[in-house]
Each structure stands twice: as structure tokens, then as C-alpha cells.
Design a protein around this ligand. Sequence first.
Ligand SMILES: [Ca+2]
Ligand SMILES: [Ca+2]
Ligand SMILES: [Ca+2]
Length: 486
Amino acid sequence: MKINADLLNTTKIFSLIALVCIGTLGFSQNHKVQKSRVIVTSDGEIDDECSMVRFLLYANEMDIEGIITSSSQYHWHGHKWAGDDWLDPYLAAYEEVYPNLIKHDTGYPTPEYLKSVNFLGNVETEGEMELVTPGSLHIVKVLLDETDHSPIWIQAWGGTNTIARALKTIEEEHPEKMEYVANKIRFFFIWEQDATYQEYIRPHWGKYNILTIISDQFEALAYRWKTIQPAEMLPYFEAKWMNENILHDHGALCSLYKAHGTSDKGFEEGDFRSEGDSPAFIHNIQTGLRNMESPDWGGWAGRYVKVRENTWLDPVHVEGYEYPEGRWYGSTGWGRNATREGATVNNNSAYKEYFKPTWQWSDALQNDFAARADWCVKDYADANHPPVVRVKGAVNQKVKAGQKVKLNASKSKDPDGDILNFSWWQYGEVDSYEGSVSFGEKSSAKTFLQVPADALPGQTIHVICEIKDNGEPQLARYQRLVFEIE
Ligand SMILES: [Ca+2]
Ligand SMILES: [Ca+2]
Ligand SMILES: [Ca+2]
């Protein structure tokens, strides 16, 4: 019951925003909706460092409530540790490029603000959650603040131990606030990189059904990208592209980006290394795909299915597959195991399907990254900015089987005056109608959806209006429309 109410509330908020836009403009739009509040916890691995560069370039897209260093099963004090102050150079580099970034969006937070929410959390050992730390206390403070009831996405780029410590403090000192706090929390974990989620958070907070996404398909953007990304996406990660678009002449922040070096076996100097943790915040970028409304809708950070309570893991395309009862992590994640040397499934369709919800957006994701790298050094007129998609009518509509539904995105625009390329398509893996639907002219601003005559009441059809500009690099934005058969 709680799950439905929670999702319903989110949907209501989005519908309300959409209604306000319809009321004033006659068109819904995906721009300037309320930003997500986020707290990042990170273990400072070399790929967290890469993710941090991208994260800071998207700092205008979120309300960043905290950036907290934590330990993990891979990194802790004295064990492959990046240093308590590993974030300092990144925040200093952000300070250097900030004057240029705000030429592109005045919504970037000040460097002073970001420094003020950066704290050291629980880092002594793997899974340590005994100490009350500045990082855990900051999370407590944000969660208990009743001046803002809006959701807070708490991300684990490393272990969940600092988050667990914060929740334990709330349980011990403010047990009457647990339900209030739980209702605000949304979790996005990159694996469970220690045992504290299973050993503390689930037993003590499970009754509140906190929406929890635990990703394994992040591997598509991590160390094994060469094995996972399909041939057409590989160029966006290779040295030539990375050197031209990110690594050189793009300012202090991008120059810190730790791509592969010459001595890394099997890689060229400049090859993408890994950003395994990036999906945790990419999920909060509002592209118009509306993925935050339900994890199984899919977006740039992948797509997830509900496997228990309100917990969402990666969809496994193997008949009869049973998810583990406990941790979803390096030892149990289906995709990680399928990628291990000697695994036999690498070329089969289950493997391809597993990672597709992430890699299908790689070109858009990387081009967007490249545009923001430009924002660090170029004036507004010399850089590209994403199109603004506006589709006429409500984003959720009831339709009849056999009906022709008019689709109109002609009021979409581009802040740079670029030519817009339209594409209407059905996100068939996501919607509950089992067949494929047809459209009129799929690449026109105005077209129609032919609702199939055999569509059954209650079934849904998810239509994506995808718009790419003709700027350099080419940028994409979307509007998802959900049609429910009456
Ligand atoms: Ca990490
Ligand atoms: Ca543009
Ligand atoms: Ca379908």
C-alpha cells in the first residue's frame, strides 16, 4: 500500500507541475521543474574521481545537500585510501571554472556552498558504523530538517555505512521521527559495497518501504565498458573522442579527469577508464524521460525492476532467474558475474539486454558531457545547450483502442536556435502493451500515434518524443508520454 501511495505522490507532484505548464502555455515542458535534492556518499576510488568531475558539471541540475566521503569494501583508512581530503582538488577546480559555468546556467551552486556541505563520514574500516562522524551528522541534520519535506536522493558510490550511521543516530535519538525521515528518503546504491544495508538498514528501516535502487548495470559505464558497450557506442569512450572532447583544453576540472594512461594494459592513453558511480546521480538529471517517477521506466541511468518490497534491481533476462535474498554486489550481481573472465554468456542476448537500458543512451550521455566540458571554457554563443522539448497536452493521457492520437511537439525550441530533429518512438520494453505501435511520420514535429485496436483496457503505451539539435556536440532531450487504454 505504502509503495503505491509513494509513487502516487510523486506522480501527483509531476502532474501538478505539468498542469501548471499546460495552464499557462498550452504545452507541457520538461524544463525548469523542481530540482532533486541529493546527498552523495563516495569512497574516493579512482572511478569516483572521474564520476565527481561529471557530477560537478551537473551541479546546476540538482540541489546538492551533501558530499560525504565514506569507506567501502574496497577502500578505507589505510587501505587503498585516496585521502580524507581527496575532494579538495575537485572543489578547487570547480571554483576555477565556476565563473565560466554560470555563463551557461546561473543555477550552478557557488564553490563556497559546495565546500560547506563536504564532510568526512565513516571511513575507518569496511562497514564501520559505530562512530558518529561529521558526515553522518550532516546527513542527520538534512533528514531532520522539517522546513523542506521534499524527497532526498541518498546515493552510495561506496559503502552504505555512513548512511547507516546517520539512520542509527536518528533511530536512537529521534525514534518518533523515523517515519517522517523514511518518507523523504530515496536510495540509489551502486552495489551494496558493505554489509550495513543488509545488517542494519533493512532490519531497522525496512518496514517503511523506502524506494531503493541497487544497480549492477552501472558496469556499462565502468572498467569493463569495452566488453559491454556495443560497437556503435565504443567511439564515445575511446581516446580520440575523450582527448578532443574532455581531457584537453577544457579547463581545470576536466584536466583532473583520470582517463587511462599509456601503461594501462589494453588501453590507449586517453581511453575512458570508469565512472561506475555516475548512474547514482545521472538518475537525478531531468532529461524529460521521467525516470524518477518509477525505476522501471528507464532513463540515462538504466532501468530497474521491483524484486521485493520497494527494492529495485537490474532486470535479468533469464527464465526462472532468482535474485539473491541478501546483498546485490560484486559477488552476486548477474551482470558482473556474466562479465567475469570465463563466463560463457558474454555474447548471448540476455547479456546484451541486461546492459542495454544503460548503453542505449551512451551517445546522448557522452555528448552532453562534452557540451558541459565546453561550458567550462567557452562563452555561451560558442557552446551548445540542449533543446527544450514541449509536447502539447498532458503527459499522461487516457486513450481508446483504435484511436488516432495527435502528437505535437512544434513548440519545442533550442536556446541556440539550432535546427531540431524529431523522433517519436515507443519504449516497448517498458510499457505493458505487448506489441509494437505505429506512428504517422516519425520524424515530424507533428504526427500521430495509432493506438492498436487490440490494446486492452489498463494497458499502457510509453511514447518518447526525442529531440536532437544540430549543434556541436549534438544534444538530446525528451518528453515521455504515457497513454493508458480506457
Ligand atoms: Ca565508488
Ligand atoms: Ca543547442
Ligand atoms: Ca510493451
